[in-house]
Design a protein around this ligand. Structure first.
Ligand code: PAN
Ligand code: ZN
Length: 189
């Protein structure tokens, strides 16, 4: 119920407990997102449909409240591209968000409507502030689960469509064994 105080615990297999909403994203949910779409279709045709990430969230609905969510991105790559979240703008433009790294290592890309991208590390103990108006995607560049908390206004809403169509202007790929940020040749901004 909204406007009821609560306390929850950090840690355990779901990152936070208890939670009210669980979202799972498999490879087939991200088939339009990875840059090597041919490889994605090939994997799916062979019945390979790995779980890429899960979000456990304590969701509220009213203006003035916060949602608190824990995202777990599994380690892995599609070709040379590390597993990532879909990424989105908030529907309600003037809303910001805070990410707090819990475990693992990764990167967050933040992109404005003109395709300018900023990148920050997400590691245990890192606090990342996402100002209003920037789309955001997180990427697991490590060998273990990337776990982070997200806290954002409950009425922010998620616009996935814009990023689904345009992509991010940058990709995070493995080059010579290391995570590297490169230009996305297929960016349609
Ligand atoms: C996060 C994200 C979460 C999953 O809680 O929703 O990391 O990423 P996608 O929503 O892009 O699939 C957040 O930014 N909430 O606003
Ligand atoms: Zn968000």
């Amino acid at each position: 119920m909204d406007r009821e105080p609560y306390s929850a615990k950090l840690g355990g297999p779901t990152g936070i407990y208890p939670y009210t909403v669980k979202v799972e994203r498999y490879l087939e949910d991200l088939r339009e997102y990875f840059h090597d779409r041919k490889l994605v279709e090939y994997m799916l045709s062979r019945g390979e449909n790995p779980l890429i990430y899960v979000v456990y969230e304590i969701s509220r609905e009213s203006e003035g409240e916060f949602n608190v969510g824990c995202t777990i991105i599994y380690p892995g790559k599609v070709g040379d591209e590390y597993y990532f979240t879909k990424g989105h703008f908030h529907l309600k433009e003037p809303t910001s968000e805070v990410y707090i790294g819990i475990s693992g290592e990764g990167v967050i890309l933040m992109q404005d409507r003109s395709g300018n991208v900023a990148a920050e590390e997400i590691k245990p103990g890192t606090i990342v502030y996402i100002p209003p108006g920037l789309a955001h995607r997180s990427i697991n560049t490590g060998k273990t689960d990337l776990v982070f908390l997200a806290i954002y206004p409950s009425d922010a809403g998620h616009d996935y469509e814009t990023i689904r169509r345009s992509g991010f202007a940058k990709l995070v790929v493995e080059r010579n064994g290391k995570p590297t940020i490169i230009d996305n040749p297929n960016y349609r901004g």
